[in-house]
Design a protein around this ligand. Structure first.
Ligand code: SAM
Length: 289
């Protein structure tokens, strides 16, 4: 039975193994059973699911996942945690622990080998120092995904969900919304972790689209346009695109394209919706030298 979502038991396991927290790995372990149950419920794990957990720590959430899923793969970078996980997960026969850096793991291959290429579910209390590369890596490498249910910094969850014209809107909002439907599950205060992080956290569920919500012929070019548009936040969209080496289109053609689409040449990237970026990208693509 899952027993670690409790401060006393967590501390006992840490002491038993003489574990020392490593700040560089973003180690803030969950100690609140109520939050753990909320994460598992939001992820809607069933006995048909293959779940990838990123950063199992001492296995607190892994225990819940093993009880709910068909199979769990947990990828942990810190080799000091491997003997701890062998201990805390010893009663489960449906879990594999991989001692690796998640950014170097071929997740598509795991999904292929372990789940016959069917969509997997990702569940994690993410290490905050690499939240964006992990999420973008999952999306951009086209791992077959049903959903990603993760704990992130509250501020990052806000950026994932907002639309045009708000201060948090940017490349991350557009990328997440291109691939998935974001939904905040709950806000989590620092007191639910050991050690306590300096910031508030949120659990967010990203339900992956079967098909993107906009029609696009060149996804890579769309993301080059989006990144260029937000690279220099205080600059106009025309300047951002013109200064980006990844967009080989002349300044005249950029301005002409913006005018053709009905924008003032001084328009800023943060006012365009995903639909509008898709239209801009398709039109600009035709002007690439
Ligand atoms: N899941 C545990 C929990 O909720 O208590 C621990 C979460 S803690 C926020 C993040 C975990 O990710 C730590 O165990 C840390 O060692 C691990 N981690 C950090 N960087 C990683 C990486 N690049 N690849 C895999 N795991 C990583």
């Amino acid at each position: 039975m899952a027993y670690l979502g409790n401060p006393t038991r967590t501390m006992a396991v840490l002491e038993k193994h003489g574990f020392r927290f490593q700040k560089k790995y973003g180690q803030n372990f969950l100690i609140d059973a109520h939050i753990l149950e909320k994460i598992i419920d939001a992820a809607e794990i069933t006995k048909d699911d293959f779940v990838l957990e990123i950063g199992p720590g001492i296995g607190t959430m892994t225990q819940y996942l093993c009880e709910a899923a068909k199979e769990v793969m947990a990828v942990e970078i810190d080799s000091n945690l491997i003997p701890v996980l062998q201990d805390t997960l010893s009663e489960y026969d449906n879990v594999t622990v991989l001692n690796e850096d998640i950014l170097k793991v071929d997740i598509s291959r795991i999904a292929e080998e372990k789940n016959h290429g069917k969509p997997i579910k990702v569940v994690a209390n993410l290490p905050y120092y690499i939240t964006t590369p992990i999420i973008m890596g999952l999306f951009e490498s086209h791992v077959p995904l049903a959903s990603i249910t993760v704990m992130v910094q509250k501020e990052v969850a806000d950026r994932m969900q907002v639309g045009p014209g708000t201060k948090d809107y940017g490349a991350l909002s557009l990328a997440v919304q291109f691939y998935a439907e974001p939904e905040e599950v709950c806000v989590v205060p620092p007191t639910c972790f050991v050690p306590q992080p300096k910031v508030s956290s949120s659990v967010i569920r990203l339900t992956c689209h079967e098909k993107p919500p906009v029609e696009i012929t060149d996804e890579a070019f769309l993301f080059k346009v989006i990144r260029a548009s937000f690279n220099q936040r205080r600059k106009t969209l025309a300047n951002g695109l013109n200064n980006a080496p990844t967009i080989p289109v002349s300044r005249e053609d950029i301005v002409a394209t913006l005018e053709q689409l009905g924008y003032n040449p001084s328009v800023r990237g943060e006012t365009l919706s995903l639909q509008e970026f898709a239209q801009l990208s398709e039109t600009l693509k035709k002007k690439v030298k």
